[in-house]
Design a protein around this ligand. Sequence first.
Ligand code: HEM
Length: 520
Amino acid sequence: MVSTQRLLETLDKANWRSKASAVSLSKMLFIYSVALLCIAVTLALKYVYSYWDRHGLPSVKPHIPFGNLKTVVKKTESFGIAINQLYWQTKGQLAGIYLFFRPAILVRDAHLAQQIMTTDFNHFHDRGIYCNEEGDPFSANLFALPGKRWRNLRNKLTPLFTGGQLRGMMPTILEVGEKLQKHLEPVAERQEVVEIRDIVSRFVLEIIATVFFGFEANCIEDRDDSFSKVLREAQGERLSAVLRAAAMFVCPGLLRYTGISSLEPQVIAFVSEIVTKQIEHREKNSVTRKDFIQQLIEIRRGSGENQVPAMSIEQCAANVFLFYAAGSETSTGTIAFSMHELSHHADVMKKLQDEIDDALAKSNGAITYESVMQMQYLDLCVKETLRKYPGLPFLNRECTMDYKVPDSDLVIRKGTQLVLPIYGFSMDEQYFPEPECYIPERFEEASKNYDEKAYYPFGDGPRNCIAYRMGVLITKIGLILLLSKFTFEATQGPKMMFSSASVPLLPKDGISLKISNRKR
Ligand code: HEM
């Protein structure tokens, strides 16, 4: 009896011991697996972040796992400013950088950057950003499409931005301009302080709504107009929107494999609905209007006859949205930053107002396409603003065919991402003397005082801004509307601080100016 009990106890103990050793074994296995995983991840990261050492290009020390964009994640700098800092931290013609895990080359030589965009375009015809025609049709727009698909679409869309088309847009722009002046009249009467960037952005949005979406928005009068509200959210400083925009550049694979769309779903739904309704209504009822949607309808019709693949309504919507995204912040910024500089340079503002007064007097007070084009000092001011505050602080290209860098042994391999830091070039005194100063005269033809090969605020070569004339026209008309009737005084210091959210240059605290009616 006793011996049986002992036997059972012994068996029980053995069982417990084997259970305990099984638990400790699985614990050990878990610890070993975690350790192995850590070692594997560390080795993989070391391998990723030694890319430029292995390829013999001096590089900026990366921070794991942000590469050289730690400040963007910490939200202390915008993407554009972070790239600008890298320009100033590095030396030489080319520097290796890491956009999170993606190795890229910072092209620090403005002349080489221009050559890459123009004469050597065949090696760099793509941007290499996220583009997923099937899974996320809104991402497959003109800005993102690669190779032949980009070329076909660019050929189709180029006729939308000719001088003739711009003249056709004049009545719409002026109608919106009248609303802007009316809105500001009582404010100027009371000599209030206005946030000029906000007002200008509503002016630009209303033009875009009418010209591109064929939609009568009321952005100037109503800050909460549904059109401006939804679209502002798409580009705003909301973390999810900023992350999506950054991911398109720095880790396109992440969006592709996770199925996360490049835009907020509610924005896609909103834009698709407006554009689809417009196109279907006009096609069904043979309604014609002189606007951009009409041109897209013509392209859709023409496509069939010319045996060129037709543009789907979704493709139309994706590009209408792109024109909004590419055109609104850039044009708004150029007007608003001009106003900031003018408010700190009374002599420049006076000279510009005199030129505007003379031109308007000659055309009986009417703003015409010709009168805008003839204002030369206005042109110099816009050029200088675009130098100090380029709409896009950097450009990018992907190497599409191995490229031997001129006068060097270095070969840039196919698939490498290139970053062209145009804000850095703009503020570099080797290209622009006294870069911190606002000097429109530096662009005067007779006494040019800058390096022409370092100035391309609209990009350069076949992939430059398709609508640069329109951007310039909206900017100039915006400035004429503001400066012909009102005058502005600075309420903030001259040094511009930039917001840390978003890709483009945005003023950190807006641009507040005291507005009053002009005394003549
Ligand atoms: C002052 C205003 C503007 C500025 C400073 C500006 C600047 C730029 C820049 C720097 C690029 C990249 C060029 C390159 O990579 O070489 C670009 C591309 C583009 N911009 Fe603009 N832009 C302005 C206005 C507009 C407007 C009003 C629209 C549309 C209505 C527009 C549509 C586009 C498009 C579609 C592209 C991509 C072109 C392509 O890849 O083929 N932009 N813009």
